[in-house]
Design a protein around this ligand. Structure first.
Ligand SMILES: Cc1cc2nc3c(=O)[nH]c(=O)nc-3n(C[C@H](O)[C@H](O)[C@H](O)COP(=O)(O)OP(=O)(O)OC[C@H]3O[C@@H](n4cnc5c(N)ncnc54)[C@H](O)[C@@H]3O)c2cc1C
Length: 463
């Protein structure tokens, strides 16, 4: 062996970087291995003459203590930026106009988004029978508890915004576990929300504000802050087609680009599902296929800079329900929520297209995507016809967001089984435990804790 470390972490996205940082903090020796020549994975910020654009995520949610603690630990190197209060305004496109999602009872009664029938029906949600299908889709659960118009004009666009997915194919238990738990534990969304109120108040005191966040200067600064905690010899970039297999009481990782063989007691993978078979070729097809076949929604994100922000809404963004048959999934008004995203008087926006329902839009040319943007600037935001973006950056993601469908049950079973029969192997990343940034940080923290505890216990027993 050329080198021996406690833990090899594969993939330097937010999950891998956070895992490596927290393991190093616990005093373990770590090697972080990345295929690409850059770190950050889906996190990537582009600056262009005062405009800031994200290629991947634009925001996270402070939804757990692990996010709060990570930013506390990195506070000298990067600053958590909570979105302005305008971010609480969410717009939904209906019949040629954006409407605010209701934020009060009065607005809920008046909104044109939902039918009068469903508005009355929703009053009886707390008394509706609990579902009994653990693989029920988000669409079916919403129809059953709230009604079709809530599915069409609240849940469908919300699911487009998070998963770029289809609520008929995403399973609530896997894709929206908190919503599933509300019905499971309290019998109703409304009753659950009321009963959980004291818990949420308690969480708020710990800093779990549930607010939307970014990082001052963009997510690249979070990546840099984590990078600063890892030394050059603890990381290999441009690693090539690595291969991992069990050897002795640990693991061997072969790195073609350096010709090295690394021995480690633990191997933690954070790579996407489709990359797993090549890395772990010793795993039987029968067990690997249900994991590797995880479906991803393709997404194209178009960063748009405007020198004149006057018509950009003071809101988080506008989502477009599938029922409206538009090509765009939605628009985020980033400079309305965060400082320094555009030069004085200007705006930085993100337009999204594609998703699981319109995957073919990823094939549009740059000129065709520009046409889409120009049309939306006029029709949706009210800019004069033909207004051109002052800046435009197109980011195509063929494998953007994993879709937690009914196949998740078997995928999770296979992951659990493989981790059991191959001690020291951890298959993580967004193949399980959630696709949001907060989910990724939480998973990394829990894994680092578990591995740290195990290695310390083992070390003590050896002594
Ligand atoms: C367009 C878009 C918008 C999004 N918007 C949001 C949002 O607003 N809010 C939110 O919370 N989340 C959002 N997400 C999701 C979020 O970005 C991801 O869940 C998160 O960044 C995934 O991090 P990760 O480290 O698990 O995976 P990744 O970032 O995919 O990192 C995996 C790493 O593994 C590396 N790798 C792959 N194969 C190999 C190999 N063979 N050997 C070594 N390394 C390998 C990759 O190069 C990559 O660096 C968005 C995602 C996209 C694409």
């Amino acid at each position: 062996m050329d080198r021996s470390v406690d833990v090899v972490v594969i993939g330097a996205g937010i999950t891998g970087l956070t895992t490596a940082f927290l393991l190093l903090e616990k005093g373990l020796s770590v090697l972080l291995i990345e295929k690409s020549d850059r770190i950050g994975g889906q996190l990537c910020t582009v600056s262009d003459e005062g405009f800031l654009f994200e290629s991947g995520p634009n925001t996270g949610v402070v939804s757990n203590i692990e996010v709060v603690e990570l930013f506390r630990k990195l506070s000298t190197d990067c600053t958590l930026e909570i979105a302005r209060k305008e971010s609480k305004v969410r717009l939904i496109w209906k019949k040629g106009k954006f409407h605010s999602l209701p934020g009060s009872l009065g607005e809920a009664v008046r909104t044109p988004l939902f039918t009068s029938y469903d508005k009355i029906r929703v009053l009886f949600e707390p008394f509706r029978k609990k579902g009994n299908d653990s693989l029920e889709s988000i669409a079916s659960m919403t129809r059953r508890r709230l009604g079709q118009s809530y599915l069409d004009y609240a849940v469908d666009p919300f699911i487009s915004g998070i998963y770029a997915g289809d609520p008929d194919n995403l399973v609530t238990r896997f894709a929206m576990p908190k919503l599933y738990q509300l019905e499971e534990n309290y019998g109703s969304f409304v009753r659950g929300a009321i009963k959980r109120h004291p818990i949420l108040a308690q969480e708020k005191k710990q800093g779990i504000s549930k607010e939307v966040f970014s990082v001052k200067g963009g997510f690249k600064n979070l990546v840099t802050a984590l990078r600063n905690k890892i030394t050059d010899d603890q990381m290999i970039l441009s690693a090539g087609k690595i291969a991992v297999y069990p050897s002795g009481d640990g693991w061997t990782t072969e790195i073609p680009s350096t010709g090295e063989q690394i021995f480690s007691r633990q191997v933690i993978s954070t790579v996407p599902a489709y990359a797993l078979p090549l890395i772990f070729s010793f795993i039987d097809f029968e067990w690997m296929e249900p994991i590797a076949s995880l479906r991803y929604a393709p997404v194209v994100q178009i960063g748009v800079g405007l020198k004149d922000a006057s018509l950009v809404p003071q809101a988080f963004g506008g989502l477009i329900p599938s029922k409206e048959k538009e090509q765009l999934l939605g628009i985020l008004f980033n400079s309305s929520c965060y400082a320094d995203r555009a030069p004085e008087g200007g705006a930085s926006l993100s337009f999204f297209a594609g998703g699981i329902k319109c995957a073919e839009l990823l094939q549009l040319t740059d000129a065709e995507l520009k046409e889409l943007v120009v049309d939306a600037l006029h029709r949706m935001l009210g800019y004069p016809a033909g207004t051109l973006p002052d800046k435009m950056h197109i980011f195509r993601h063929e494998w953007a967001i994993p879709q937690y469908g009914a196949d998740s049950e078997l995928r999770l079973k296979c992951i659990t089984y493989l981790q059991k029969i191959y001690p020291g192997l951890i298959l993580a990343g967004s193949i399980r435990d959630g696709i949001g940034l907060a989910d990724r940080i939480k998973q990394a923290t829990l894994i680092a804790q578990e591995v740290g505890d195990f290695m310390t216990k083992e070390g003590n027993e050896t002594k």
